[in-house]
Design a protein around this ligand. Structure first.
Ligand code: B12
Length: 219
């Protein structure tokens, strides 16, 4: 039953069908499917496939845009349930989040923001194409524990390094931890730019953020 639902979700994204994606998201909630399973096993599988097709030149940008729109309409339906499931009063820490300069991808970053805020983090989302100066200024202003930098393009991954260097220069690091993510981010890249951690999905990002604030609290 769920397998068919996940398959239909994947297909709704590939077809770039926002209304179908939204109604499948609604069906998942009615059936009691975990919204993160719906994303990871259903919708995200569709957007990953679409991205691969695009990369191979077998899909064009307007179609990829339609896929992204379908993905966003599904996430919008699932978001309130994600927030509800995690809802917690205690504040674990503050995180400043954004996509690196020159990069407008925000679906993954928005998911991270939703999951972290559902589980007790105060999230300051700076949006897309954020300069290192803005990351640093916001981290200082809100006295952040963490800064999270998303980058989906190989060209904008250099922006993650620039933010970490700016945090170093500002004197905010090592107290403020820098975490990174995005489809092409690897452990090797994270080590090379001396990030405090990286994560491949929202659940791993939550684990990582929790570990880093707990470690800082214990120090
Ligand atoms: C959707 C999409 C778009 C949409 C974006 C819509 C939006 N509002 O975000 C649109 C159509 C606008 C788009 C535009 C472009 N795109 Co695009 N896009 C994608 C696609 C298919 C999916 C990305 C996505 O949303 N994935 C789903 C989410 C849930 O996953 P995620 O982003 O990876 O996030 C997860 C993890 O990475 C991690 N994570 C992410 N951020 C963070 C941050 C932190 C702190 C942590 C801890 C974890 C973390 O957790 C997230 C949740 O699970 C990817 C292909 C791919 N496989 O990634 C291409 C892709 C990234 N795009 C690509 C390209 C080339 C472009 C364009 C340059 C195309 C063009 N010619 O104009 C433009 C870029 C414009 C710009 N300046 O940014 C290439 C990049 C190639 C490269 N190596 O650099 C890709 C890989 C496609 C491809 N195979 O060629 N794109």
């Amino acid at each position: 039953m769920s397998q068919q639902l996940f398959q239909d979700m994947r297909q709704s994204i590939i077809d770039g069908a926002p209304e179908r994606a939204a109604s499948l998201a609604q069906a998942a909630l009615t059936d009691g499917v975990d919204p993160l399973d719906a994303i990871n096993q259903g919708f995200a599988a569709g957007i990953t496939f679409a991205g691969d097709q695009f990369g191979k030149g077998e899909m064009f940008l307007p179609d990829l845009l339609a896929c992204a729109e379908a993905m966003q309409s599904a996430v919008k339906i699932l978001e309130p349930e994600m927030l509800k499931r995690g809802s917690q009063r205690e504040t674990l820490g503050k995180i400043v989040l954004g996509t690196a300069k020159g990069d407008i991808h925000d679906i993954g970053k928005n998911l991270i923001a939703t999951i972290l805020s559902a589980h007790g983090f105060q999230v300051f989302d700076l949006g897309t194409s954020v300069t290192p100066e803005r990351f640093v200024a916001k981290a200082r202003e809100v006295d952040a524990d963490l800064v999270g930098i998303s980058a989906l393009l190989t060209t904008t991954m250099a922006g993650q390094k620039a933010v970490i260097e700016a945090l170093d220069q500002s004197g905010l690091r090592p107290r403020v931890k820098a975490i990174i993510g995005g489809a092409a981010v690897t452990a090797k890249w994270a080590a090379e730019i001396r990030a405090d951690g990286h994560a491949r999905n929202a659940i791993d990002a939550l684990d990582l953020a929790r570990r880093l604030v707990a470690k800082a609290g214990a120090a």
